[in-house]
Structure formats: C-alpha cells, structure tokens
Design a protein around this ligand. Sequence first.
Ligand SMILES: Nc1ncnc2c1ncn2[C@@H]1O[C@H](COP(=O)(O)OP(=O)(O)OP(=O)(O)O)[C@@H](O)[C@H]1O
Ligand code: SF4
Ligand SMILES: [Mg+2]
Length: 331
Amino acid sequence: METLLAVDSLSVSFPVGDHWVPVVRGVSLDVGAGEFVGLVGESGSGKSMTAYAILRLVPDPGRITGGRILLDGEDLLGLSDARMRSVRGARIGMIFQEPMTALNPVFTVGFQITEAVRVHHRVSKREAELEAVRLLDLVAIPAARQRLEDYPHQLSGGQRQRVMIAIALASKPDLLIADEPTTALDVTIQAQILELLERLRRELGLAVLLITHDLAVVAETCARVVVMYAGQVVEEAPVETLFAAPAHPYTRGLLTAAPGLGRPGARGELATIPGQVPEMARLPTGCAFHPRCSEVMDECARENPDVYPLSSEHRARCFLHGTPASRSEAS
Ligand SMILES: Nc1ncnc2c1ncn2[C@@H]1O[C@H](COP(=O)(O)OP(=O)(O)OP(=O)(O)O)[C@@H](O)[C@H]1O
Ligand code: SF4
Ligand SMILES: [Mg+2]
C-alpha cells in the first residue's frame, strides 16, 4: 500500500508561564492510501492536537515545534498559508464530534453543501445542486433532494453527521480525519456512521484517520491502530495483533478496562485504568506511564523508552521489548 500521509517526529507545544510545554512529543505515524487507521488514547493524550497539527490548525498560542508532515511526499509544514488552505480543503477533509456546531444553523443544508462544492470546483449553481444531491445520496441520506431545503435543526444527530461527511467529501479528498465523529450519537446510529465511513473507504479509496476513545469502534472499523499516551505513540499494530497480543502495558490496561469488548454494540470506554493521566506540564520522569504500570522496573523511572519493533508491523515504546540506551551503550 502506498503511504499517503507520513507524520514524522511531530511535536506541538503550548506556552505555560515562561516555558513551552510539549503536548505532542515526537509522534510518528503513517496512513496508507485507502487505509483505515485508528488513533486511540485517554482524554488529553494529544490525539486532537495531532490532528490539528496535520491540518496546521493548532490553536493559538500553541505551536508546531518540530517534525515533518508529508502528504504524498510533500512536507505540509513548508507550504505557504495559501497553499496549505488549498490542501486542507481539497486533499484532507475533517469531521468532528458535534456536527451541530460545525453546521451553520441559519443556512439550509443545500446551501451549505453547494457552497462547499463551489469553493472547490468551478461549476454553475445548478451543477453544484446536482452535486449536492449526489453527495447526500452517497452518504445515504434518504430523499436527498427534499433534504436540501432543510435547516440543520430539522435533521437528526446522525443525519447531521452525514451532512458533515458530505461537506467534507465535496472537495474529493484523499484523506478524511474524523475526530470522535460518533461520540455524541447513540450506539445504533454510531454503528451506521462507522459503516458509512467504511463503505466510503471501500468505494472511493478514501483513507480515514479515526480518532476515538472507544476500542469497540476501533475493533469494528480499523485495519491498523496507533495508541497514544501523554503525547507520545506507545504502540502501533494491525488491529488483530493489537487485540490478540497487546505489547504495551498501557494497551493491555485499556483492553482489560474496556467492558464487554467484542460484543456487538458494546462501548469500549477507556475510563478505568487505575491511576490518573499525568498533567503534561508535570510528566513523571522516565516512562510517562510508570506510575500506573503494573510491570514497572527500575529503569522505567530513569529513562524514557524508545520505540522497539516486535515485528515489521508492530512496535511498542516499552522496556519489556528493548534495552535501555544506557545499558545497551555499556554492553
Ligand atoms: N488551548 C490549549 N492550551 C493549552 N493546552 C492545551 C490547549 N488545548 C489542549 N491542550 C493540552 O494539550 C493536551 C492534548 O490535548 P488534546 O485535545 O489533543 O487531547 P485528546 O487526546 O484529543 O483528548 P480528548 O480525548 O479529551 O479529546 C492536553 O493535555 C491539553 O490539556
Ligand atoms: S517502560 Fe516500564 S513503566 Fe513503561 S510501560 Fe514499559 S514496563 Fe511499564
Ligand atoms: Mg480530542
């Protein structure tokens, strides 16, 4: 599979008092063309900030402080603002948790989709309307032509999220970044939206980076999973491997903490690993997970582990799978 997006050693920091606190710390991850990749981790682990950085939309006063973001080999961090705006619209689409806040309540659905179409393609109003109907059909909104006249509040939550997906697809992007797109929806609707994303991947060859708290969602949709903790990638694996043989104690904790995982419709919320997510401004020494880790060793409090390969497709940031730099240098 061709690599579409390659994030390499990405760092994002926010100023706190008189120094900069990194909240994304050297994140590397790839998304292949037409691949469905999950990005998981507890609240505050840096998932959204990674997504914003990919789009170069890190909110002020945050800054991207290092790394590269390659889309088809081109470094997005080197583009002018104007070029980046066109990449953001045309090549990478994004959808968020709460579609009501992203849709404008005072304009019809039809107006908002046709505007999105016309931003990206020089077409007449009539052609844009036809395209809007096609997009609503594509996201399986019934009676698409009639829905064009509706205002966002006249639609259900699930339908609003479908409209947001239609707007994101107006530019025919290669990559869709979906940040908790189903968290606000009930379980049945959630499953339908995930099915829709999977169908779009299959039919359009769309790559999807899906950010979620929910391991059940990952199990149902993703081919590959990237797990984040305290601003770093701690494990990456094909989805079957991650569930069958999780290598990082944090991932193992998430899996045991996820109630009823594997049951259809079950929610795999990540709330119950003992201990607390550390504050980014006050990270523990060494491995950031060590105060919560059931397998902690002496070196864990002293040194931050590298990412160690377990196979060509599986890697983990943990001394259970590699030797601390201090010891390997000594030997
Ligand atoms: N505007 C901001 N100023 C300072 N720090 C921020 C700001 N926005 C986010 N952060 C910090 O950046 C870190 C990462 O936040 P991020 O929103 O990426 O987490 P997340 O993994 O998406 O969490 P969630 O699952 O709750 O959405 C957090 O520690 C958060 O406190
Ligand atoms: S490096 Fe040590 S503390 Fe960190 S996850 Fe591995 S065993 Fe646990
Ligand atoms: Mg988030």
